[in-house]
Design a protein around this ligand. Structure first.
Ligand code: NAP
Length: 276
């Protein structure tokens, strides 16, 4: 019988996930379909209950459901437990298990660019959902230090406390004045904020060209535009830059593998949907 998967989000029309997963099912000859469902906040509890009722294989959750969803599943695994947010639900014979694959997806994308997290001094811009997922996963995967800058300092401090409490990585939250100095001694700078995408596509949180030293990799979670202002500045100073396409692809691949136990056909999906 055909197995049903999907994404619960609001809005949902722009999501690339249906195209990604349906292409993967087709490539592997699987009898399954992945559909977009526009689900409002108030509909989420019913929608999650319907995963069991309809015997769906699983779903992705996107904005604005990642944190609420974590409270509505039966159990949480891995980074989802620490962060308290999920982007994937697996229906394990009626038990709904929540996972957060955003961080894993980001790290997989870095590996693709031959960047290994272990021992790195990392600067994270932002402390929202995506920044938190990636910072926690990077700390779990062996980053040495994590400096967090966020417009709302208290959120950066909360994230630093979480990392210090649960991992061997040493994390600190910093004010804007200290940021440039921290970037100068880091090997990886990550943008996990919306600065660089609409309506901020001509802006960057870091503008001082002197901070973009040789040996600094600059990774932006934004995938539209594919080259953000931050990436442009870093690239012009000779830094390796990475956009959010790889994160998008690999967070989906990780979810697919949790649902199906099969390796995601990454190269086919990349070739068809992410050629740039
Ligand atoms: P979020 O939870 O709403 O967090 C937004 C972050 O941006 C917060 O740190 C926020 O700071 C900061 N920010 C927003 N407006 C700002 C401004 N005017 N000045 C300074 N900082 C500002 O959103 P999210 O889900 O984490 O998404 C963050 C970014 O990651 C987005 O660009 C999104 O497209 C990208 N993303 C990419 C992928 C992928 O697969 N590539 C997946 C998820 C997200 P405050 O805490 O002070 O509000």
């Amino acid at each position: 019988m055909k197995r049903l998967f999907g994404i619960f989000a609001d809005p949902v029309a722009h999501s690339l996930s249906p195209a990604m997963h349906n292409l993967a099912f087709e490539t592997l000859g699987m009898d399954a379909v992945y559909l977009p469902f526009q689900i409002t906040k108030s509909q989420l509890p019913q929608a999650i209950a319907s995963i069991r009722t309809l015997n769906m294989g699983g779903v992705n959750l996107s904005m604005p459901h990642k944190e609420t969803g974590a409270k509505l599943v039966d159990k949480l695994e891995g980074a989802a437990k620490l962060v308290g947010a999920i982007n994937t639900i697996v229906n394990d014979n009626g038990v709904l298990v929540g996972h957060l694959t955003d961080g894993k997806g980001f790290l997989e994308a870095l590996k693709g660019a031959e960047v290994d997290m272990s021992g790195l001094d990392v600067v994270m811009l932002g402390a929202g959902g995506a920044a938190k997922a990636v910072a926690v996963q990077a700390a779990l995967d062996g980053a040495k230090t994590m400096t967090i800058y966020n417009r709302t300092l208290a959120k950066a401090q909360e994230l630093a406390d979480l990392i210090n409490e649960h991992t061997d990585c040493r994390a600190e939250a910093v004010e804007r004045e200290l940021l440039d100095g921290k970037i100068k001694s880091a090997q990886l700078l990550i943008n996990g904020t919306g600065i660089g995408m609409k309506p901020y596509e001509n802006e960057s949180l870091v503008t001082n060209p002197d901070v973009f030293h040789q040996g600094l990799v600059v990774a932006d979670m934004i995938y539209n535009p594919p080259m953000t202002k931050l990436m442009e500045l870093a690239h012009s100073q000779g830094c390796l830059t990475i956009n959010g396409n790889g994160m998008l692809l690999h967070q989906g691949a990780a979810a697919f593998e949790l649902w199906t136990g099969k390796p995601f056909p990454t190269s086919v999906v990349q070739e068809v949907l992410f050629h740039d």
